[in-house]
Design a binder for this molecule. Structure first.
Ligand SMILES: *Cc1c(COP(=O)(O)O)cnc(C)c1O
Length: 462
């Protein structure tokens, strides 16, 4: 925390309180208990630079989550501001319905085809990850109907997956608290076990558990009938579910099963895309050849809302030859958002940011992060590239939790915030996903603050 003189501190505090009061009068927050938040007061973030946030009380906070997993190139890049400004002067908006297009949409589609796995050469634009998965759901079913297999309609997903918050997104996702509100999931979506070895592996070695979790897909296909199953959707690494990294055996077995039963693979790359694993896409990291990739978040580093569904040549061929696809958004291919995405991708390419994350800073982060496993509260650390998690437990050998309400995680998260670090809690799993441009020194600061917060958590719990 920065030290402030008393009158200055007073002024900051007053301003913050006014903002908070007005916020709670008129602003309903996503994924929040709005009543409790009004009591506590929302933290007001006012500016950001590099990997740091600055709040309205003058605190400097290391953003260990890159916003919501999205600010891959860090805050404050003037090139993106310039790209937006120039495009807004030239053509701030036009649609891509009704036989029209514009240069930024063309160029971005071309660029995405260049960087995506070889056979993914077609982009359908949206404004978010949720809209991508809505698009996928409709395109998958349209594809099989056009192939005269209209019964192939069921999409298999996984428990504790996150695929967004629209009706289709939340239904495809496997979050029970979300399903409880709004009568979800919608029909035609089923959820199988997740490959969460630490939490659900019991006594099985990780590799055996990986096969076991993958075979749940095969069992589900056989029980529904392969002629009913359209697609399998999954995040390469589950993000919001707690940075769940499947055992090495999992993805190869899934690949085998999907090929055997002729089922489409949808990779939800909204988090893994654009360098999170140290590779351009999670599909590169796991050597997967999906039929669809959902992209958002890191595509613009969060500077503007944009999403894209990358569609394989095989599927695109059918979509192109089966009449009108009755789907799209006012902002599909939004020129300003597309121009910003292009500038963002060029920075990732020209500065070798992903390569550096793969070869230098990512390995360093993982090495330092694994040191936290020595802390008495920590049952496991895990990670890949620039994303990592640790499990808070009360007993290391039996993997016993303090409770099932996530009390320890919430405590730790709040200590982190007060120590100037954003680290997120999913139950008692602590997760980080910092900007890819984080430096070695900043990684040291992150680890130091995490350790201190774990100490404070231990003290509060024991
Ligand atoms: C964030 C996220 C989404 C939803 O993206 P929005 O832009 O919030 O709609 C979908 N899938 C995954 C894996 C995500 O992390």
């Amino acid at each position: 925390m920065q030290k402030l003189k008393k009158p200055e501190l007073c002024r900051f505090k007053q301003r913050t309180e006014t903002l908070q009061a007005n916020n709670h009068k008129h602003h309903l927050h996503p994924f929040s208990d709005n009543g409790a938040l009004a009591q506590e007061g929302a933290r007001v973030i006012e500016k950001a630079q590099g990997v740091y946030l600055y709040d309205s009380n003058g605190n400097k906070i290391l953003d260990g989550m890159a916003g919501l997993w999205c600010v891959n190139i860090g805050y404050g890049r003037q090139e993106l501001v310039d790209a937006a400004t120039q495009q807004m002067q030239q053509l701030p908006y036009y649609n891509t319905f009704f036989k029209t297009t514009h240069p930024p949409a063309v160029r971005l589609a071309e660029k995405l085809a260049e960087i995506a796995p070889e056979h993914l050469n077609h982009a359908f634009f949206t404004s978010s990850g949720s809209e991508c998965n809505d698009t996928v759901l409709r395109m998958v079913r349209h594809y099989w109907a056009a192939k005269e297999q209209p019964d192939k309609q069921v999409i298999i997903s996984r428990k504790n997956a996150y695929h967004g918050s629209t009706v289709a997104g939340a239904s495809l996702g496997g979050m029970t608290p979300m399903h409880k509100q709004g009568q979800l999931p919608i029909p035609g979506i089923v959820h199988i076990q997740q490959p969460y070895w630490y939490g659900e592996g019991g006594n099985l070695p990780a590799d055996e558990f990986g096969i076991h979790a993958a075979r749940a897909l095969e069992e589900q296909i056989l029980s529904l009938g392969e002629d009913k199953v359209a697609a399998f959707i999954a995040e390469p690494i589950q993000g919001a579910g707690g940075v769940i990294i499947p055992p090495d055996t999992y993805w190869p077995e899934i690949k085998r099963i999907l090929a055997k039963y002729d089922i489409l693979l949808v990779m939800d790359e909204v988090i893994c895309g654009f360098g999170r694993t140290g590779h351009w896409f999670g599909s590169n990291y796991y050597d997967l050849q999906p039929d669809f990739m959902s992209l958002a978040k890191g595509i613009t580093s969060g500077y503007l809302p944009l999403g894209a569904v990358m569609v394989s040549d095989k599927v695109a061929e059918v979509i192109r030859t089966s009449g009108e696809f009755n789907h799209g958004f006012t902002y599909s291919g939004h020129p300003t958002a597309a121009a910003v995405a292009l500038a963002n991708i060029e920075i990732l390419q020209n500065e070798g940011i992903i390569e550096k994350a793969r070869t230098i800073t990512g390995p360093y982060l993982q090495q330092r992060w694994s040191e936290l496993a020595a802390h008495p509260l920590v049952g496991e650390t895990r990670g890949a590239g620039m994303v990592a998690a640790l499990e808070i437990i009360s007993d290391k050998t039996s993997r016993t939790r303090f409770d099932d309400k996530g009390t320890a995680g919430t405590l730790c998260r709040d200590f982190c915030f007060n120590n100037g670090l954003v680290m997120r809690a999913v139950g008692d799993t602590m997760i980080i996903s910092p900007p890819l441009v984080i430096s070695g020194q900043e990684i040291d600061e992150l680890i130091e603050k995490a350790w201190k917060s774990l100490d404070q958590t231990a003290k509060a719990l024991l």
